[in-house]
Ligand binder design. Structure first.
Ligand SMILES: Nc1ncnc2c1ncn2[C@@H]1O[C@H](COP(=O)(O)OP(=O)(O)OP(=O)(O)O)[C@@H](O)[C@H]1O
Length: 903
């Protein structure tokens, strides 16, 4: 068999390392006119001789060229060679025509054309196969994309499932069903989608596989047919074998690729299996969830049934509760009514308790008031009965300028300790530097009140100069002292009892300056014959005016110890004449308020001139006061009242007829301790004085009036008796004259006895005369005379003699207006006192001396009463005396006390 002029290009790669060309190829090449050439890299290529010729013609260094390039280039080279050969053939034909060769050439040309067509067809087939493979790749890619999408959706479904699951846990039983349905729907949908996708994918794969298989089958069939053609054509198609081999190798490659695709498909299937497993797991989870759901539903059913049971019970309970609520509302309304009643009851009870407690409180307060008053009364009574002079001690505050400590301590109540001297003094009251005027007056108030009950009372302030006597007695505008308070109290009491009593109050003021009494209202020096000017006052305003007037006239001077020192003893007499509107009883009492001049140590004050004289007089009068106190303390028979004008003026107040209180003023300054000690010792002595029980200066009552009638009757009887006795005496005288002289001795003895009784009043007159002329102490023998009775002051004040025309020559003191002591506070209550009428004033005990200094007779200031009583008493005395002396001598004349004068 002739080798074809055109061999298909077959190439094979051999080992460059000297491996031999296969013998069959060598053989085939030789037999088929094929030559094996070596290309670049030792690759062996089988080429036909024509091709070799063309290579040698056009590419002589073909051994250095890549085998593939050579293979690709070969057809072109052949065409070139053919074209060159044709050209040369045409030239030769033109030169030499060979019909056999021409036919052969034509035949070869046709064969070549056929072969080329075959090659083109094969190439078309290969392209078709490539296209099929590409389509398959695309379908694989699409399948993988679909799978990915499916996975994504599955993940999404899983996520949703998880979300729903998470939500499922939190949802209540009411939402469980809905949730489960959603999960179920989603699961079903996902499963359906998955199944659909899977089915589609499977069908796609199956379609692709079947198509591919069909194509492979077709290709195999075609290959087979080709092989058949090739084998059928045997030698002619040897060249085609290479092509078939190439195609086979391509097919093998494609098969490998197909296997790879199958492996990929398997992997995809594995993924699908995994997906299925996931799906199965999801399905099992769903089944579990469904189971749980079912169990929950069962629970819900059970709970629902329980709920129904409970609801049924609740309904029953609700009905029961409704009944209870109604009952409760009823009870509540009942309770409310009861509570309202109770509240009302409690309110009423509380009100009644409150009212009761208020009444009780009022009763207790009244009781307390009564008790307090009773205590005061009892205290007063005690002092009244004991007749002691009360001593209140007051310590003035330290002067601001001096920053010293106080000289005193107060270890116990009513006790004062002079720290530096270690001496203790006990007084009825002790007022410290912080004490107020109110506190002081609180304890003086009962004493002043007793004046309205008919007692005489005296308050006298004693102490060293500057110790606060005037402050306590007079006070200051913002802190009134004892005098204004006492007068206000008297007016207040008078107003309070005006329905029961008719009170008339009048005032006298005097000072004793340099042992010379002076009327502060009339400004006159008082002599023995003078009486004090008395001003009736009916209101506090009037009192203020009188006090202001009197204080303006006081002797005050500035000293080293006190800027405004009182240089005289100031005495205020307040006369109270009361008449009971019911029993017609009358009482006259006097309140004596004394602001003594202050004692001073002349060596310390170093005063000279008038001040020295004043100081000497002050000290002397105070020392006579000490003598009086000493005498009273030791109950001496004679009390030296007459030794000074001061003691003589105060004799009634210091002799048992009055309640006396001494305000002992002391200075807290350490420098004044010496003087203070003297004052305190004096106060201690005074506190031991017992004046005797004070008596009410009662006077005239309705009983007394009837007694007076009886006395008048008795007087008539006694006068008759006297006449009868006189007759008897006359008869007896005649008998005596006619009888013997032996009766003369008896008559002489009776006349002697009569003379003795007439001398009894002499000491009082002597004393009176002595005091009028001389103020020196009386001899002891003379002091034994009877003590001046309370009536003496009254007698003094009731003197009808006119004022002495020549006052004693006393040096006038320097007078300073003490404005601070004049502005005493006004109390509205006092102004309401009814002013006594002129007639009643005239009828009252003190007879007022007019401003014109005309002297009028004033009855006793104290207790003696009107002239009738004195007359009755005198007549009774006369009757008794005449009765006693009826058998002895002539009756003695009734003696009345001589009129008492000031000095
Ligand atoms: N208890 C007190 N509270 C406040 N000040 C007081 C008190 N006692 C006295 N004083 C003041 O002390 C000073 C002297 O007082 P006061 O003039 O009353 O003394 P006195 O004893 O009357 O003196 P004299 O004997 O010289 O007249 C005054 O300025 C007075 O205001």
């Amino acid at each position: 068999m002739q080798p074809s002029p055109m061999h298909p290009v077959l190439y094979e790669k051999y080992q460059p390392s000297g491996s031999m060309v296969p013998t069959d190829l060598v053989h085939a090449g030789s037999s088929l006119d094929v030559v094996a050439i070596t290309c670049k890299g030792g690759a062996r290529l089988l080429v036909s001789k024509k091709e070799l010729e063309a290579l040698e013609l056009f590419i002589p260094n073909y051994e250095e060229i890549d085998m593939r390039r050579l293979v690709n280039t070969l057809p072109m080279l052949l065409e070139e060679r053919d074209a060159a050969a044709k050209t040369s053939y045409k030239q030769a034909k033109t030169n030499l025509v060979d019909p056999t060769k021409d036919a052969r050439i034509r035949e070869l040309e046709k064969m070549l054309e056929r072969e080329m067509m075959n090659v083109e067809r094969h190439e078309c087939e290969i392209l078709t196969l490539k296209e099929t493979l590409l389509r398959k790749d695309r379908s694989d890619h699409e399948a993988s994309l679909a799978t990915k999408e499916l996975f994504a959706r599955l993940d999404h479904a899983k996520q949703e499932n998880e979300d729903l699951h998470a939500h499922f846990k939190d949802e209540t039983s009411a939402l469980a069903e809905k949730h489960a349905r959603a999960i179920e729907a989603l699961s079903a949908k996902a499963a359906a989608e998955l199944a659909a996708t899977h089915d589609k994918y499977q069908s796609d794969i199956a379609t692709s596989t079947s198509q591919f298989n069909r194509e492979i089958d077709d290709l195999n069939a075609k290959l087979k047919s080709l092989m058949v053609v090739i084998h059928g054509k045997d030698d002619e198609l040897t060249a085609d074998r290479a092509t078939i081999a190439t195609l086979s190798s391509d097919l093998a490659a494609m098969t490998a690729r197909l296997e790879a695709a199958n492996a990929q498909i398997a992997a995809t299937n594995a993924d699908l299996d995994a997906l299925r497993a996931d799906h199965a797991a999801t399905t099992s989870t769903l089944a579990q969830v469904s189971t749980e759901k079912a169990s929950k539903e069962e629970n819900i059913v059970a709970l629902t049934s329980q709920l129904r049971t409970v609801e049924a019970k609740a309904e029953g309970l609700y009905d029961h509760t409704q009944g209870l609520v109604a009952e409760l509302a009823e009870m509540r309304s009942e309770l409310l009514t009861e509570a309202t009643d109770m509240q009302q009851y409690v309110t009423n009870a509380m009100e009644s308790v409150l009212t009761e407690s208020q009444e009780r409180e009022k009763v207790l307060y009244d009781h307390l008031q009564r008790e307090t008053l009773e205590r005061k009364r009892m205290t007063e009574k005690y002092h009244e009965v004991s007749g002691k002079i009360r001593v209140f001690c007051r310590i003035r505050p330290l002067k601001v300028a001096t920053n010293e400590e106080s000289a005193y301590m107060y270890p116990k109540p009513q006790t004062l300790l002079v720290a530096s001297q270690r001496k203790e003094f006990v007084f009825d009251q002790i007022y410290g530097p912080d004490s107020t005027q109110e506190q002081v007056y609180e304890h003086i108030d009962p004493l002043v009140g007793s004046v309205m009950d008919g007692y005489n009372a005296c308050v006298l302030a004693y102490g060293q100069t500057g110790a606060g006597k005037t402050y306590s007695m007079v006070g200051e505008p913002h802190a009134p002292g004892i005098i204004p308070r006492a007068l206000q109290q008297l007016f207040a009491m008078s107003t309070a009892r005006q329905l029961m009593y008719e009170d008339r109050i009048s005032i006298s003021m005097q000072e004793i300056y340099n042992d010379q009494p002076r009327d502060l209202l009339s400004k006159d020096i008082l002599t023995a014959k003078d009486t004090l000017e008395t001003r009736p006052v009916s209101s506090w305003e009037e009192v203020q005016q009188v006090l202001d007037e009197g204080h303006k006239n006081r002797s005050v001077a500035s000293t080293k110890m006190n800027i405004e020192s009182s240089r005289s003893h100031a005495i205020i007499f307040v006369y109270v004449a009361s008449a009971s509107r019911q029993s017609l009883e009358k009482k006259n009492s006097t309140l004596c308020l004394v602001d003594l001049a202050g004692s001073e140590r002349i060596s310390r004050t170093q005063v000279t001139g008038d001040r020295l004289k004043e100081a000497q007089h002050i000290n002397k009068s105070l020392s006579t006061l000490g003598d009086v106190v000493h005498a009273l303390q030791h109950k001496a028979k004679h009390v030296p009242y007459r030794n000074s004008k001061l003691t003589f003026t105060l004799r009634d107040m210091l002799s048992g007829g009055a309640k006396a209180l001494m305000m002992l003023q002391v200075s807290p300054d350490l420098a004044d301790v010496g003087e203070s000690l003297c004052s305190l010792q004096f106060g201690a002595r005074v506190s031991q004085v017992e004046l005797g029980a004070a008596k009410q200066t009662s006077v005239e009552s309705g009983e007394l009036l009837s007694l007076k009638d009886e006395l008048a009757k008795q007087k008539l009887d006694s006068e008759k008796e006297t006449t009868r006795l006189r007759l008897e005496i006359d008869q007896l005288r005649e008998e005596l004259e006619t009888r013997s002289t032996s009766h003369t001795t008896m008559t002489a003895a009776s006349s002697k006895a009569s003379n003795q009784s007439g001398d009894e009043n002499e000491p009082a007159d002597d004393e009176w005369k002595r005091l009028n002329t001389d103020s020196e102490p009386e001899p002891e023998a003379k002091k034994r005379g009877p003590r001046a009775s309370l009536g003496s002051t009254s007698s003094r004040l009731s003197s009808s003699s006119s004022k002495s025309s020549t006052p004693a020559a006393v040096p006038k003191p320097t007078r300073t207006t003490i404005s601070r002591r004049l502005s005493l506070p006004v109390k509205a209550t006092s102004s309401s006192v009814t002013a006594p009428t002129a007639a009643s004033t005239a009828a009252a005990a003190p007879t007022v001396r007019a401003k014109s200094h005309s002297t009028v007779t004033r009855p006793s200031r104290h207790s003696i009463g009107p002239g009738e009583a004195t007359t009755v008493r005198a007549k009774m005395t006369a009757a008794t005396t005449s009765r006693l002396a009826s058998k002895t001598a002539k009756p003695a004349a009734a003696s009345s006390p001589p009129p008492r004068k000031w000095v």
